[in-house]
Design a protein around this ligand. Structure first.
Ligand code: AMP
Length: 327
């Protein structure tokens, strides 16, 4: 159960120095050729326990095709198995390349891109040092251009995950702010502050990673510490927590330049009701909840949540382990 520091230093994955413009160019080109679908949104800022939380509404997202289930192998298509030239931004990592950066085919935030393993690895297995080093290398490549990236990972049935091939997702923070006139920033950045964590209705575990220099083994050590805490919160025991293979819980991970956070998940979301108490939809949340964002596809949900933001708070209270600081 204890995590032992490792002396192994992984070679740092090399990325093209102009990564932000490479992503922007690939995104514009693929939207123009309709290889990538970009779904415009309306946005509003809610205040949840004094935390600024953005709610987006994308009516056209309702037409996004549902991925066939993994249990119907004939229909199942793995988008990360061998990405087309149009979707591929760049392969990278130690030789042969361990990872690919690919565009997200269904983008709500402009330039949403994905870090997937070159060879198939399960999404539900614990992340490896090279996955974390690769994700942090992307954050670093953006930071060199004074840009921020928000990285998230969904793993397990209740996490909002849909694709079984291992992938982390990356969002340029300035694009996440589109349509807002200030007043919002990535929630995860403040989660090392116990006061901020205490305001959330769910338990979340976070650590400062700024001083780790993006080293994969160091990042994994922190990840496993946070994962242990998340497992303990769900399973109630600290023994028998394995650090290889299949994860024992559903969870989301978030990473920014300075913070890593893990939230254990018990449900994907919860119902939304209108002011007459009629069910109008279901608010589903994935790792972007750790940025302080949520997305709806129906106008009825959009109206109901703006009229009664406390419903967002209630759903947040159901997605994970109730926060002891608030009990
Ligand atoms: P998740 O639902 O967390 O497993 O993330 C899967 C991601 O893959 C989502 O952001 C999807 O929009 C994205 N996606 C789904 N199909 C494709 C595809 N054919 N090419 C690229 N990205 C895709």
């Amino acid at each position: 159960m204890a995590t032992t520091p490792s002396n192994k230093m992984l070679p740092k994955p090399h990325l093209p120095p102009n990564l932000p413009s490479l992503v922007a160019t690939a995104f514009s080109r693929s939207v123009a050729t309709k290889t990538v679908n970009f779904y415009p949104t309306s946005v509003t800022l809610l205040t949840i326990n004094s935390i600024p939380f953005q709610l987006r509404y994308s009516p056209s997202l309702a037409s996004k095709p549902k991925p066939p289930s993994v249990t119907t192998p004939k229909l199942f298509f793995n988008p990360f198995a061998s990405p087309t030239q149009e979707m591929l931004i760049t392969p990278f990592g130690t030789s042969p390349p361990s990872h690919n950066l690919v565009l997200n085919k269904f983008a709500v935030v402009p330039e949403h891109f994905i870090l997937s393993t070159s060879a198939f690895k399960p999404q539900t297995h614990l992340l490896e040092a090279d996955d974390l080093a690769a994700a942090y290398a992307c954050i670093d490549a953006y930071a060199r251009h004074n840009k921020e990236l928000f990285v998230f990972f969904n793993s397990g049935d209740h996490s909002g995950a849909s694709q079984p091939h291992r992938h982390l997702q990356l969002l340029p923070v300035e694009n996440m702010k589109e349509g807002l006139e200030g007043g919002w920033d990535v929630l995860a950045k403040g989660l090392t502050d116990p006061n901020t964590r205490g305001k959330l209705p769910f338990e979340v575990f976070a650590r400062d990673i700024k001083g780790l220099g993006g080293d994969g083994e160091e990042l994994r050590r922190v990840y496993l510490e946070l994962y242990n805490q998340a497992c303990e919160a769900v399973l109630g025991v600290a023994e028998d927590i394995k650090h290889e293979g299949e994860a024992q819980i559903s969870y989301n991970l978030a990473m920014t330049n300075n913070t890593m956070a893990v939230v254990p998940r018990l449900t994907e979301g919860g119902v939304v009701k209108d002011k007459d108490g009629q069910e109008v939809g279901n608010l589903a949340l994935n790792g972007t909840v750790l940025a302080g964002t949520a997305l709806v596809r129906s106008e009825m949900e959009w109206n109901a949540l703006r009229e009664d933001p406390d419903q967002v708070n209630q759903v947040l209270g159901r997605i994970g382990v109730p926060n002891r600081a608030k009990m």
